[in-house]
Write a protein that binds this ligand. Structure first.
Ligand code: PEP
Ligand code: MG
Length: 596
Protein backbone atom coordinates (compact mmCIF):
# COMPACT_ATOMS: atom_id res chain seq x y z
CA UNK A 1 0.00 0.00 0.00
CA UNK A 2 1.23 3.49 -0.88
CA UNK A 3 2.14 5.58 2.12
CA UNK A 4 -0.36 8.39 2.68
CA UNK A 5 0.69 11.75 1.34
CA UNK A 6 1.71 14.58 3.64
CA UNK A 7 -0.88 17.39 3.67
CA UNK A 8 -0.59 20.72 5.47
CA UNK A 9 -3.60 22.62 6.86
CA UNK A 10 -3.70 26.04 8.44
CA UNK A 11 -5.77 27.51 11.25
CA UNK A 12 -5.45 30.17 13.92
CA UNK A 13 -3.01 29.61 16.76
CA UNK A 14 -5.00 29.42 20.01
CA UNK A 15 -2.42 28.02 22.43
CA UNK A 16 1.34 27.65 21.78
CA UNK A 17 3.38 24.44 21.68
CA UNK A 18 4.21 21.53 19.37
CA UNK A 19 2.78 18.02 19.54
CA UNK A 20 3.37 14.94 17.39
CA UNK A 21 1.23 11.82 17.69
CA UNK A 22 -1.69 9.68 16.52
CA UNK A 23 -4.96 11.44 15.93
CA UNK A 24 -8.45 10.88 17.29
CA UNK A 25 -10.91 12.37 14.79
CA UNK A 26 -14.31 13.56 15.95
CA UNK A 27 -16.26 14.18 12.79
CA UNK A 28 -19.64 15.00 14.24
CA UNK A 29 -20.68 18.33 15.60
CA UNK A 30 -21.28 17.28 19.16
CA UNK A 31 -22.82 14.01 18.05
CA UNK A 32 -26.51 14.46 18.75
CA UNK A 33 -26.93 18.00 17.44
CA UNK A 34 -28.64 16.89 14.25
CA UNK A 35 -32.16 17.14 12.90
CA UNK A 36 -34.42 14.09 13.16
CA UNK A 37 -37.14 13.12 10.67
CA UNK A 38 -40.36 15.09 10.61
CA UNK A 39 -42.68 12.03 10.88
CA UNK A 40 -45.86 13.00 12.77
CA UNK A 41 -47.10 11.27 15.93
CA UNK A 42 -50.64 10.23 16.72
CA UNK A 43 -52.58 12.40 19.23
CA UNK A 44 -52.61 9.49 21.72
CA UNK A 45 -48.81 9.63 21.97
CA UNK A 46 -48.58 13.34 22.77
CA UNK A 47 -48.46 13.04 26.56
CA UNK A 48 -45.91 10.23 26.61
CA UNK A 49 -43.77 12.21 24.13
CA UNK A 50 -43.84 15.20 26.48
CA UNK A 51 -43.11 13.00 29.51
CA UNK A 52 -40.06 11.59 27.69
CA UNK A 53 -38.95 15.08 26.83
CA UNK A 54 -39.18 16.13 30.49
CA UNK A 55 -37.20 13.05 31.52
CA UNK A 56 -34.47 13.95 29.01
CA UNK A 57 -34.35 17.46 30.46
CA UNK A 58 -34.05 16.07 34.02
CA UNK A 59 -31.25 13.75 32.94
CA UNK A 60 -29.45 16.61 31.18
CA UNK A 61 -29.76 18.81 34.27
CA UNK A 62 -28.21 16.02 36.39
CA UNK A 63 -25.36 15.57 33.88
CA UNK A 64 -24.55 19.29 33.85
CA UNK A 65 -24.58 19.47 37.64
CA UNK A 66 -22.13 16.54 37.85
CA UNK A 67 -19.93 18.18 35.23
CA UNK A 68 -20.06 21.49 37.05
CA UNK A 69 -18.96 19.82 40.28
CA UNK A 70 -16.05 18.10 38.49
CA UNK A 71 -14.89 21.36 36.91
CA UNK A 72 -15.26 23.20 40.21
CA UNK A 73 -12.94 20.65 41.84
CA UNK A 74 -10.45 20.90 38.98
CA UNK A 75 -10.39 24.66 38.37
CA UNK A 76 -12.08 27.55 40.01
CA UNK A 77 -15.52 29.12 40.14
CA UNK A 78 -15.02 31.04 36.89
CA UNK A 79 -14.80 27.91 34.74
CA UNK A 80 -17.59 26.22 36.68
CA UNK A 81 -19.85 29.24 36.18
CA UNK A 82 -19.97 28.45 32.45
CA UNK A 83 -22.32 25.65 33.50
CA UNK A 84 -24.65 27.99 35.39
CA UNK A 85 -25.47 29.36 31.98
CA UNK A 86 -26.00 25.79 30.70
CA UNK A 87 -28.43 25.06 33.53
CA UNK A 88 -30.34 28.22 32.70
CA UNK A 89 -30.82 26.91 29.17
CA UNK A 90 -32.29 23.61 30.41
CA UNK A 91 -34.63 25.60 32.63
CA UNK A 92 -35.62 28.13 29.98
CA UNK A 93 -39.40 28.12 30.28
CA UNK A 94 -40.04 29.93 27.01
CA UNK A 95 -37.93 27.53 24.98
CA UNK A 96 -39.42 24.44 26.60
CA UNK A 97 -43.01 25.56 26.28
CA UNK A 98 -42.46 26.32 22.59
CA UNK A 99 -41.34 22.71 22.17
CA UNK A 100 -44.33 21.31 24.08
CA UNK A 101 -46.63 23.52 22.04
CA UNK A 102 -45.21 22.17 18.79
CA UNK A 103 -45.66 18.58 20.01
CA UNK A 104 -49.24 19.20 21.18
CA UNK A 105 -50.58 21.36 18.38
CA UNK A 106 -48.57 20.20 15.40
CA UNK A 107 -48.09 16.58 16.46
CA UNK A 108 -44.33 16.63 15.96
CA UNK A 109 -41.95 14.39 17.91
CA UNK A 110 -40.22 16.13 20.85
CA UNK A 111 -36.91 15.38 19.16
CA UNK A 112 -37.90 17.21 15.97
CA UNK A 113 -39.63 20.08 17.79
CA UNK A 114 -36.73 20.66 20.18
CA UNK A 115 -34.17 20.74 17.38
CA UNK A 116 -36.26 23.20 15.36
CA UNK A 117 -36.79 25.58 18.28
CA UNK A 118 -33.13 25.48 19.30
CA UNK A 119 -32.03 26.00 15.72
CA UNK A 120 -34.06 29.22 15.59
CA UNK A 121 -32.50 30.49 18.84
CA UNK A 122 -29.01 29.62 17.60
CA UNK A 123 -29.61 31.38 14.27
CA UNK A 124 -30.80 34.53 16.05
CA UNK A 125 -27.74 34.62 18.32
CA UNK A 126 -25.26 33.77 15.59
CA UNK A 127 -25.94 37.00 13.68
CA UNK A 128 -25.34 39.26 16.68
CA UNK A 129 -22.45 41.64 16.02
CA UNK A 130 -20.96 41.00 19.46
CA UNK A 131 -18.45 38.16 19.30
CA UNK A 132 -19.07 37.09 22.90
CA UNK A 133 -22.82 36.84 22.50
CA UNK A 134 -22.29 34.98 19.23
CA UNK A 135 -20.11 32.45 21.02
CA UNK A 136 -22.97 31.71 23.43
CA UNK A 137 -24.61 29.91 20.50
CA UNK A 138 -22.04 27.16 21.14
CA UNK A 139 -23.26 26.87 24.74
CA UNK A 140 -26.85 26.40 23.52
CA UNK A 141 -25.74 23.74 21.02
CA UNK A 142 -23.73 22.04 23.76
CA UNK A 143 -26.81 21.74 25.98
CA UNK A 144 -29.10 20.85 23.05
CA UNK A 145 -26.81 18.06 22.04
CA UNK A 146 -27.07 16.58 25.54
CA UNK A 147 -30.86 16.83 25.53
CA UNK A 148 -31.10 15.23 22.07
CA UNK A 149 -28.71 12.43 23.04
CA UNK A 150 -30.84 11.71 26.11
CA UNK A 151 -34.05 11.79 24.08
CA UNK A 152 -32.57 9.30 21.63
CA UNK A 153 -30.86 7.25 24.33
CA UNK A 154 -27.70 7.78 22.30
CA UNK A 155 -24.24 7.79 23.82
CA UNK A 156 -22.46 11.11 23.47
CA UNK A 157 -18.86 11.06 22.54
CA UNK A 158 -16.88 11.68 25.67
CA UNK A 159 -13.20 12.25 25.88
CA UNK A 160 -12.86 11.15 29.52
CA UNK A 161 -12.26 7.59 28.47
CA UNK A 162 -9.21 8.03 26.21
CA UNK A 163 -6.79 5.21 26.91
CA UNK A 164 -3.68 6.46 25.14
CA UNK A 165 -2.06 9.75 24.22
CA UNK A 166 -3.73 11.36 21.23
CA UNK A 167 -4.08 14.56 19.28
CA UNK A 168 -7.74 15.48 18.92
CA UNK A 169 -9.09 16.94 15.71
CA UNK A 170 -12.74 17.79 16.06
CA UNK A 171 -15.47 19.85 14.48
CA UNK A 172 -15.74 21.64 17.78
CA UNK A 173 -14.94 21.09 21.42
CA UNK A 174 -17.41 22.64 23.77
CA UNK A 175 -16.23 24.38 26.91
CA UNK A 176 -17.41 21.33 28.86
CA UNK A 177 -15.43 18.95 26.64
CA UNK A 178 -12.32 21.10 26.97
CA UNK A 179 -12.53 21.64 30.70
CA UNK A 180 -12.60 17.89 31.21
CA UNK A 181 -9.76 16.98 28.85
CA UNK A 182 -7.17 14.80 30.49
CA UNK A 183 -3.93 16.76 30.19
CA UNK A 184 -1.98 13.49 30.42
CA UNK A 185 -3.76 11.99 27.40
CA UNK A 186 -4.46 14.95 25.13
CA UNK A 187 -1.29 16.02 23.38
CA UNK A 188 -2.96 18.86 21.49
CA UNK A 189 -6.19 19.69 19.72
CA UNK A 190 -7.44 21.45 16.61
CA UNK A 191 -11.03 22.42 15.93
CA UNK A 192 -12.94 23.77 12.98
CA UNK A 193 -14.96 26.33 14.93
CA UNK A 194 -14.21 29.13 17.35
CA UNK A 195 -11.95 32.10 17.69
CA UNK A 196 -8.95 32.54 19.93
CA UNK A 197 -11.13 34.41 22.42
CA UNK A 198 -13.65 31.58 22.78
CA UNK A 199 -13.90 29.76 26.11
CA UNK A 200 -12.32 26.74 24.48
CA UNK A 201 -9.20 28.71 23.50
CA UNK A 202 -8.98 30.42 26.89
CA UNK A 203 -9.14 27.04 28.62
CA UNK A 204 -6.50 25.52 26.30
CA UNK A 205 -4.07 28.28 27.19
CA UNK A 206 -4.83 27.90 30.90
CA UNK A 207 -4.22 24.14 30.63
CA UNK A 208 -1.18 24.64 28.39
CA UNK A 209 -2.46 22.33 25.68
CA UNK A 210 -1.20 23.32 22.20
CA UNK A 211 -4.32 24.24 20.25
CA UNK A 212 -5.51 25.54 16.91
CA UNK A 213 -8.95 26.91 16.02
CA UNK A 214 -10.55 27.76 12.67
CA UNK A 215 -9.17 24.73 10.81
CA UNK A 216 -10.49 24.18 7.28
CA UNK A 217 -13.30 21.59 6.89
CA UNK A 218 -11.25 19.78 4.24
CA UNK A 219 -9.11 18.24 6.90
CA UNK A 220 -11.87 15.75 7.79
CA UNK A 221 -11.78 14.28 4.29
CA UNK A 222 -8.07 13.66 4.53
CA UNK A 223 -7.79 12.09 7.92
CA UNK A 224 -8.37 8.69 9.58
CA UNK A 225 -8.14 7.74 13.23
CA UNK A 226 -4.57 7.03 14.30
CA UNK A 227 -3.01 8.81 11.35
CA UNK A 228 0.13 10.57 12.46
CA UNK A 229 -0.38 14.32 12.91
CA UNK A 230 1.75 17.30 13.88
CA UNK A 231 0.19 20.31 15.59
CA UNK A 232 2.26 23.47 15.65
CA UNK A 233 0.33 25.73 18.04
CA UNK A 234 2.89 28.50 17.59
CA UNK A 235 1.95 29.18 14.00
CA UNK A 236 -1.39 27.36 13.67
CA UNK A 237 -0.23 24.58 11.32
CA UNK A 238 -1.46 20.99 11.19
CA UNK A 239 0.52 18.46 9.18
CA UNK A 240 -1.34 15.24 8.40
CA UNK A 241 0.70 12.14 7.61
CA UNK A 242 4.02 13.96 7.70
CA UNK A 243 6.74 12.34 5.65
CA UNK A 244 9.87 11.06 7.35
CA UNK A 245 11.78 14.29 6.76
CA UNK A 246 9.04 16.53 8.25
CA UNK A 247 8.55 14.14 11.13
CA UNK A 248 12.23 14.17 11.97
CA UNK A 249 12.29 17.94 11.72
CA UNK A 250 9.29 18.34 14.04
CA UNK A 251 10.41 15.70 16.50
CA UNK A 252 13.58 17.71 16.79
CA UNK A 253 11.65 20.98 16.99
CA UNK A 254 9.37 19.55 19.64
CA UNK A 255 12.35 18.37 21.67
CA UNK A 256 13.95 21.78 21.23
CA UNK A 257 10.70 23.44 22.23
CA UNK A 258 10.40 21.25 25.33
CA UNK A 259 13.98 21.90 26.24
CA UNK A 260 13.48 25.58 25.49
CA UNK A 261 10.53 25.83 27.91
CA UNK A 262 12.21 23.64 30.52
CA UNK A 263 15.28 25.90 30.35
CA UNK A 264 13.07 28.96 30.60
CA UNK A 265 11.37 27.55 33.67
CA UNK A 266 14.82 26.82 35.13
CA UNK A 267 15.73 30.44 34.53
CA UNK A 268 12.54 31.66 36.20
CA UNK A 269 14.27 32.49 39.48
CA UNK A 270 16.95 34.61 37.79
CA UNK A 271 16.62 38.34 38.26
CA UNK A 272 15.22 40.16 35.23
CA UNK A 273 18.20 42.45 35.09
CA UNK A 274 20.15 43.78 32.10
CA UNK A 275 23.88 43.01 31.82
CA UNK A 276 24.57 46.56 33.02
CA UNK A 277 22.42 46.15 36.12
CA UNK A 278 19.00 47.70 35.32
CA UNK A 279 16.01 45.74 36.61
CA UNK A 280 12.87 45.40 34.45
CA UNK A 281 10.01 43.79 36.37
CA UNK A 282 8.23 41.03 34.44
CA UNK A 283 4.62 40.65 35.49
CA UNK A 284 1.60 38.70 34.25
CA UNK A 285 -1.67 39.59 32.57
CA UNK A 286 -4.33 37.29 33.98
CA UNK A 287 -7.97 36.69 33.21
CA UNK A 288 -8.62 34.04 35.84
CA UNK A 289 -7.23 32.65 39.06
CA UNK A 290 -6.16 29.32 37.57
CA UNK A 291 -3.45 31.06 35.50
CA UNK A 292 -1.59 31.96 38.71
CA UNK A 293 0.14 28.55 38.67
CA UNK A 294 1.70 29.14 35.23
CA UNK A 295 2.57 32.70 36.13
CA UNK A 296 4.45 31.50 39.21
CA UNK A 297 6.11 28.69 37.27
CA UNK A 298 7.61 31.25 34.92
CA UNK A 299 8.70 33.47 37.82
CA UNK A 300 6.26 36.36 37.59
CA UNK A 301 7.02 39.45 39.63
CA UNK A 302 3.35 40.08 40.31
CA UNK A 303 0.20 40.67 38.31
CA UNK A 304 0.51 43.71 36.06
CA UNK A 305 -3.03 43.43 34.73
CA UNK A 306 -5.98 41.43 36.00
CA UNK A 307 -8.77 41.86 33.45
CA UNK A 308 -12.05 41.76 35.39
CA UNK A 309 -14.32 41.69 32.34
CA UNK A 310 -14.34 37.89 32.32
CA UNK A 311 -15.88 37.79 35.80
CA UNK A 312 -18.83 39.59 34.24
CA UNK A 313 -18.86 37.96 30.80
CA UNK A 314 -18.70 34.41 32.12
CA UNK A 315 -21.47 34.86 34.60
CA UNK A 316 -25.21 34.84 34.04
CA UNK A 317 -25.65 37.62 36.58
CA UNK A 318 -23.73 40.70 37.62
CA UNK A 319 -21.13 39.43 40.09
CA UNK A 320 -22.03 40.60 43.58
CA UNK A 321 -19.70 42.51 45.88
CA UNK A 322 -19.10 39.35 47.90
CA UNK A 323 -18.33 37.21 44.82
CA UNK A 324 -15.89 39.81 43.53
CA UNK A 325 -14.34 40.31 46.95
CA UNK A 326 -13.66 36.55 47.23
CA UNK A 327 -11.98 36.47 43.80
CA UNK A 328 -9.78 39.51 44.48
CA UNK A 329 -8.92 38.27 47.98
CA UNK A 330 -7.89 34.83 46.63
CA UNK A 331 -5.84 36.54 43.94
CA UNK A 332 -3.82 38.78 46.26
CA UNK A 333 -3.38 36.04 48.82
CA UNK A 334 -2.14 33.60 46.18
CA UNK A 335 0.34 36.23 45.00
CA UNK A 336 1.80 36.37 48.46
CA UNK A 337 2.67 40.04 48.85
CA UNK A 338 3.67 40.53 45.20
CA UNK A 339 1.94 43.54 43.60
CA UNK A 340 -1.41 42.80 41.96
CA UNK A 341 -2.95 45.38 39.64
CA UNK A 342 -6.66 44.84 39.14
CA UNK A 343 -8.27 46.79 36.35
CA UNK A 344 -11.84 48.01 36.80
CA UNK A 345 -14.41 46.82 34.32
CA UNK A 346 -13.44 47.53 30.71
CA UNK A 347 -16.71 46.70 28.99
CA UNK A 348 -17.55 48.30 25.65
CA UNK A 349 -15.61 48.24 22.39
CA UNK A 350 -15.52 44.60 21.31
CA UNK A 351 -16.50 43.37 24.78
CA UNK A 352 -20.17 44.24 24.90
CA UNK A 353 -22.47 42.92 27.55
CA UNK A 354 -26.24 43.03 27.30
CA UNK A 355 -26.61 42.75 31.04
CA UNK A 356 -24.55 45.92 31.55
CA UNK A 357 -25.65 48.17 28.72
CA UNK A 358 -28.15 47.39 26.02
CA UNK A 359 -27.64 50.57 23.98
CA UNK A 360 -26.01 49.74 20.68
CA UNK A 361 -23.54 52.22 19.24
CA UNK A 362 -22.39 52.51 15.65
CA UNK A 363 -18.78 53.00 16.78
CA UNK A 364 -18.44 51.09 20.04
CA UNK A 365 -14.65 51.46 20.26
CA UNK A 366 -15.18 55.23 20.25
CA UNK A 367 -18.24 55.01 22.44
CA UNK A 368 -19.23 54.66 26.06
CA UNK A 369 -16.52 52.13 26.93
CA UNK A 370 -14.83 51.27 30.26
CA UNK A 371 -14.74 54.15 32.81
CA UNK A 372 -16.97 56.23 30.55
CA UNK A 373 -19.69 53.61 30.80
CA UNK A 374 -19.12 53.12 34.54
CA UNK A 375 -19.23 56.83 35.34
CA UNK A 376 -22.06 57.87 33.02
CA UNK A 377 -24.39 54.88 32.98
CA UNK A 378 -23.47 52.27 35.58
CA UNK A 379 -21.98 53.91 38.69
CA UNK A 380 -23.68 51.10 40.63
CA UNK A 381 -21.31 48.56 38.99
CA UNK A 382 -18.26 50.72 39.63
CA UNK A 383 -19.29 51.20 43.25
CA UNK A 384 -19.73 47.46 43.84
CA UNK A 385 -16.40 46.70 42.20
CA UNK A 386 -14.46 49.36 44.09
CA UNK A 387 -15.99 48.26 47.41
CA UNK A 388 -14.91 44.68 46.69
CA UNK A 389 -11.43 45.81 45.65
CA UNK A 390 -10.91 48.08 48.65
CA UNK A 391 -12.03 45.30 51.00
CA UNK A 392 -9.63 42.86 49.32
CA UNK A 393 -6.80 45.41 49.65
CA UNK A 394 -6.63 44.48 53.35
CA UNK A 395 -5.36 41.02 52.33
CA UNK A 396 -2.35 41.81 50.15
CA UNK A 397 -0.57 44.18 47.83
CA UNK A 398 -3.53 45.20 45.70
CA UNK A 399 -3.62 48.23 43.39
CA UNK A 400 -6.52 49.51 41.32
CA UNK A 401 -6.23 50.64 37.72
CA UNK A 402 -8.73 52.56 35.58
CA UNK A 403 -8.88 51.84 31.83
CA UNK A 404 -9.53 54.10 28.80
CA UNK A 405 -8.63 57.44 30.35
CA UNK A 406 -8.70 60.33 27.90
CA UNK A 407 -8.72 63.45 30.09
CA UNK A 408 -7.72 64.58 33.57
CA UNK A 409 -11.35 65.31 34.53
CA UNK A 410 -12.04 61.57 34.41
CA UNK A 411 -9.22 60.91 36.86
CA UNK A 412 -10.49 63.64 39.22
CA UNK A 413 -14.00 62.19 39.09
CA UNK A 414 -12.80 58.63 39.65
CA UNK A 415 -10.65 59.60 42.60
CA UNK A 416 -13.57 61.50 44.15
CA UNK A 417 -15.77 58.43 43.56
CA UNK A 418 -13.17 56.26 45.28
CA UNK A 419 -12.86 58.68 48.23
CA UNK A 420 -16.63 58.50 48.79
CA UNK A 421 -16.43 54.71 48.90
CA UNK A 422 -13.53 54.85 51.34
CA UNK A 423 -15.67 57.10 53.59
CA UNK A 424 -18.52 54.58 53.37
CA UNK A 425 -16.25 51.68 54.30
CA UNK A 426 -14.71 53.65 57.17
CA UNK A 427 -18.20 54.34 58.53
CA UNK A 428 -19.00 50.63 58.24
CA UNK A 429 -15.74 49.86 60.05
CA UNK A 430 -14.58 47.73 57.16
CA UNK A 431 -10.87 47.01 56.89
CA UNK A 432 -9.06 48.28 53.80
CA UNK A 433 -5.70 49.70 52.80
CA UNK A 434 -6.13 53.46 53.07
CA UNK A 435 -3.00 54.02 50.99
CA UNK A 436 -3.98 51.60 48.22
CA UNK A 437 -2.24 52.74 45.03
CA UNK A 438 -4.36 53.95 42.15
CA UNK A 439 -3.15 53.96 38.57
CA UNK A 440 -4.46 54.48 35.07
CA UNK A 441 -4.03 52.88 31.70
CA UNK A 442 -2.53 55.03 28.99
CA UNK A 443 -4.23 53.75 25.87
CA UNK A 444 -5.50 56.85 24.13
CA UNK A 445 -3.18 59.27 22.33
CA UNK A 446 -4.81 62.08 24.35
CA UNK A 447 -3.74 60.49 27.63
CA UNK A 448 -0.23 59.95 26.29
CA UNK A 449 0.01 63.60 25.23
CA UNK A 450 -1.01 64.89 28.68
CA UNK A 451 1.03 62.26 30.53
CA UNK A 452 2.82 64.96 32.54
CA UNK A 453 -0.47 66.26 33.95
CA UNK A 454 -1.82 62.76 34.61
CA UNK A 455 1.42 61.60 36.23
CA UNK A 456 0.89 64.21 38.94
CA UNK A 457 -2.52 62.71 39.77
CA UNK A 458 -1.88 58.95 40.10
CA UNK A 459 0.55 56.40 41.54
CA UNK A 460 1.34 54.51 38.34
CA UNK A 461 0.77 54.19 34.60
CA UNK A 462 0.26 51.10 32.52
CA UNK A 463 0.53 51.57 28.77
CA UNK A 464 -2.10 49.52 26.93
CA UNK A 465 -0.49 49.26 23.53
CA UNK A 466 -3.31 47.18 22.04
CA UNK A 467 -5.59 50.16 22.28
CA UNK A 468 -2.90 52.80 21.92
CA UNK A 469 -2.09 51.37 18.47
CA UNK A 470 -5.79 51.15 17.61
CA UNK A 471 -6.56 54.74 18.55
CA UNK A 472 -3.34 56.27 17.22
CA UNK A 473 -3.46 54.48 13.88
CA UNK A 474 -7.25 54.82 13.58
CA UNK A 475 -7.68 51.08 12.96
CA UNK A 476 -10.30 48.88 14.57
CA UNK A 477 -8.20 46.27 16.38
CA UNK A 478 -10.69 43.50 15.59
CA UNK A 479 -11.03 44.26 11.89
CA UNK A 480 -8.78 41.92 9.90
CA UNK A 481 -9.08 44.19 6.82
CA UNK A 482 -6.94 46.86 8.48
CA UNK A 483 -4.73 44.44 10.42
CA UNK A 484 -1.93 45.15 7.95
CA UNK A 485 -1.60 48.59 9.58
CA UNK A 486 -1.30 47.20 13.10
CA UNK A 487 2.36 47.80 13.90
CA UNK A 488 3.40 48.54 17.48
CA UNK A 489 6.79 49.61 16.14
CA UNK A 490 5.27 52.52 14.20
CA UNK A 491 7.49 55.50 15.07
CA UNK A 492 4.41 57.42 16.31
CA UNK A 493 3.62 54.67 18.83
CA UNK A 494 7.23 54.52 19.97
CA UNK A 495 7.27 58.26 20.42
CA UNK A 496 4.11 58.11 22.57
CA UNK A 497 5.44 55.27 24.72
CA UNK A 498 8.67 57.19 25.22
CA UNK A 499 6.78 60.35 26.11
CA UNK A 500 4.72 58.50 28.73
CA UNK A 501 7.67 56.71 30.27
CA UNK A 502 9.67 59.95 30.52
CA UNK A 503 6.72 61.76 32.14
CA UNK A 504 6.37 58.92 34.67
CA UNK A 505 10.07 59.08 35.49
CA UNK A 506 9.98 62.86 35.91
CA UNK A 507 7.14 62.45 38.41
CA UNK A 508 8.73 59.47 40.08
CA UNK A 509 5.87 57.10 39.39
CA UNK A 510 5.86 53.51 38.14
CA UNK A 511 5.32 52.83 34.42
CA UNK A 512 4.47 49.47 32.91
CA UNK A 513 3.50 48.23 29.44
CA UNK A 514 0.71 45.64 29.46
CA UNK A 515 -0.39 45.36 25.82
CA UNK A 516 0.39 42.29 23.72
CA UNK A 517 3.61 44.01 22.59
CA UNK A 518 5.10 43.61 26.10
CA UNK A 519 5.20 39.81 25.67
CA UNK A 520 6.66 39.81 22.16
CA UNK A 521 10.45 39.49 22.41
CA UNK A 522 11.03 41.37 19.15
CA UNK A 523 9.94 44.56 20.94
CA UNK A 524 11.76 43.98 24.24
CA UNK A 525 14.91 45.96 23.27
CA UNK A 526 12.78 48.97 22.25
CA UNK A 527 10.55 48.92 25.35
CA UNK A 528 13.46 48.48 27.74
CA UNK A 529 15.34 51.21 25.89
CA UNK A 530 12.43 53.60 26.30
CA UNK A 531 12.75 53.29 30.05
CA UNK A 532 9.62 51.46 31.26
CA UNK A 533 9.89 49.83 34.70
CA UNK A 534 7.78 46.78 33.95
CA UNK A 535 6.55 44.57 31.12
CA UNK A 536 3.33 42.70 31.85
CA UNK A 537 2.32 39.81 29.59
CA UNK A 538 0.62 36.48 29.17
CA UNK A 539 2.49 34.15 31.64
CA UNK A 540 3.68 31.79 28.89
CA UNK A 541 5.78 34.65 27.41
CA UNK A 542 7.61 35.51 30.65
CA UNK A 543 10.51 33.09 30.11
CA UNK A 544 11.54 34.31 26.66
CA UNK A 545 11.30 37.98 27.62
CA UNK A 546 13.30 37.35 30.81
CA UNK A 547 16.08 35.76 28.78
CA UNK A 548 16.22 38.79 26.46
CA UNK A 549 16.25 41.27 29.32
CA UNK A 550 19.14 39.39 30.95
CA UNK A 551 21.20 39.48 27.76
CA UNK A 552 20.45 43.06 26.90
CA UNK A 553 22.50 46.10 27.89
CA UNK A 554 20.60 49.28 28.64
CA UNK A 555 23.13 51.10 26.52
CA UNK A 556 22.30 49.18 23.32
CA UNK A 557 18.57 49.09 24.12
CA UNK A 558 18.44 52.87 24.51
CA UNK A 559 20.45 53.36 21.35
CA UNK A 560 18.07 51.12 19.36
CA UNK A 561 15.01 52.84 20.84
CA UNK A 562 16.22 56.36 20.12
CA UNK A 563 17.12 55.44 16.54
CA UNK A 564 13.86 53.55 16.05
CA UNK A 565 11.82 56.63 16.97
CA UNK A 566 13.53 58.51 14.14
CA UNK A 567 12.81 55.81 11.53
CA UNK A 568 10.48 56.54 8.65
CA UNK A 569 8.69 53.19 8.81
CA UNK A 570 7.57 50.55 11.33
CA UNK A 571 9.58 47.93 9.44
CA UNK A 572 12.81 49.87 9.80
CA UNK A 573 12.17 50.41 13.51
CA UNK A 574 11.41 46.74 14.03
CA UNK A 575 14.54 45.78 12.09
CA UNK A 576 16.67 47.78 14.55
CA UNK A 577 15.13 45.89 17.47
CA UNK A 578 15.47 42.53 15.72
CA UNK A 579 19.13 43.24 14.98
CA UNK A 580 19.77 43.54 18.72
CA UNK A 581 17.69 40.44 19.40
CA UNK A 582 19.45 38.31 16.77
CA UNK A 583 22.76 39.33 18.19
CA UNK A 584 22.01 38.45 21.82
CA UNK A 585 19.61 35.52 21.37
CA UNK A 586 19.33 34.03 17.87
CA UNK A 587 17.10 31.19 19.17
CA UNK A 588 14.48 33.60 20.52
CA UNK A 589 14.79 35.86 17.47
CA UNK A 590 13.96 32.79 15.44
CA UNK A 591 10.92 31.93 17.54
CA UNK A 592 9.81 35.56 17.57
CA UNK A 593 9.78 35.59 13.79
CA UNK A 594 7.62 32.42 13.86
CA UNK A 595 5.14 34.16 16.18
CA UNK A 596 6.15 32.87 19.63
C1 PEP B 1 -4.40 47.19 25.91
O1 PEP B 1 -5.25 47.90 25.37
O2 PEP B 1 -3.21 47.13 25.52
C2 PEP B 1 -4.76 46.34 27.06
C3 PEP B 1 -3.86 45.67 27.74
O3 PEP B 1 -6.08 46.23 27.35
P1 PEP B 1 -7.11 45.29 26.53
O4 PEP B 1 -6.33 44.46 25.57
O5 PEP B 1 -7.81 44.48 27.56
O6 PEP B 1 -7.97 46.32 25.87
MG1 MG C 1 -7.13 48.24 26.36
Amino acid sequence: MDPKKEIIFHGISASPGIAVGPVLVIREYNTAYTESSESPISPSLVESEIANFNLALDKTRDEIEILQKKVQDKFDVREASIFDAHLLIVDDQMLMSEVQDMVRRRLKTADYAFFKVVERYVAAISVMPDKYIKERADDIKDVASRVLANLRNAKRHTLDSMTSKKIIIARNLTPSDTALLDREKVLAFAVETGSNTSHTAILARSMQIPAIVGVSKDIFENLDDDDEVIIDGFVGTIIVNPDIKTLELYKLKSKEEDKFYIDLVRESRLRPETVDGFTVQLASNLESLDEIITAKKFGTSGVGLFRTEYLFINSDHLPTEEEQFQTYRKLVQAMDGEPVVVRTLDIGGDKLEQKISSTSESNPFLGLRAVRLCLRERPDILRTQLRALLRASAFGNLKVMFPMISCSEEVTELKQFMDNIKDELTLEQCDFNKAMEVGIMIETPAAAMIADTLAGMVDFFSIGTNDLVQYTMAIDRSNERVAYLYHPSHPAILELIHRVSQAARRHNIWVSVCGQMAGEPQYTPLLVGMGVHELSMSPISLGAVRRIVRKLSMYEAEKAAMEAMKCATSAEALELSLAVLKNISPEIANLALKGL
